[in-house]
Design a protein around this ligand. Structure first.
Ligand code: SAM
Length: 198
């Protein structure tokens, strides 16, 4: 089922009324290959997959139904709204932001999603110990992203946190690799809270 969240100001229940062992969020899920595969591999987890393109979400919904996946929730939501107020604080175990920002030209910089502010909003969503997973088909973004991520000392690089899904390539990754491009991935973990010294 697709939940339409554009133009609303509610805070949704990310557990979808279940008691999941973990919650994964695929932001800008595109055609849904990662989200569908996560839902299949981890039936005890809830997978939230969001995008603004309703047609894409409808096609994913049909695939999920055909595959009997009941732990995949499709959200029509803008990335910024989702990160800012549609989800509660500290509710997500792993955020995937794969091949966002098709805006490599300098004059389009203003349109890019990944900024210091946006990363701060993603940190808000992560549970302590949660993981932020990003990839790009535009390698120069990597240096920008690393500079931004370094502004959050609470985030530590943790490549092993995505080892279980290293074999999954999203539709865009497949497309870019076929065109001869590298598509590097980054994973950062939010440090668990320090022990209470009180
Ligand atoms: C380049 S595609 C990448 C899709 C997928 N993650 C992949 O790797 O195959 C970017 C996706 O983000 C979605 N998108 C663009 N702007 C968005 C926004 N403001 N909020 C949510 N999704 C957005 C697009 O509809 C598209 O499906």
């Amino acid at each position: 089922m697709i939940e339409i969240l554009t133009g609303t100001y509610q805070v949704i229940d990310p557990t979808r009324g279940r008691a999941p062992s973990a919650i994964e969020l695929d932001m800008g899920c595109g055609k849904g290959r990662l989200a569908l595969e996560l839902a299949r591999r981890y039936p005890d987890r809830v997978v939230l997959a969001s995008d603004v393109m309703l047609g894409r979400l409808r096609r994913i919904d049909r695939k999920a139904t055909n595959r009997g996946l009941t732990n995949l929730a499709l959200l029509r939501a803008d990335n910024l709204d989702l990160a800012s107020y549609l989800l509660p604080h500290a509710c997500i175990d792993r955020i995937h932001l794969l091949c966002p920002d098709p805006w490599p030209k300098e004059r389009h910089r203003i349109k890019r999603l990944v900024t210091t502010d946006f990363v701060g909003r993603l940190v808000r969503l992560l549970k302590p110990g949660g993981v932020l997973h990003m990839s790009t088909d535009h390698v120069p973004y990597l240096a920008d992203w690393r500079r931004i991520l370094a502004l959050y000392p609470c985030l530590r690089e943790a490549a092993a946190a995505i080892a279980d899904i290293a074999d999954i390539q999203t539709e865009f990754e497949v497309q870019w690799r076929a065109a001869g491009k590298d598509v590097p991935h980054l994973a950062f973990r939010l440090e668990p809270r320090p022990p209470d010294r009180g």
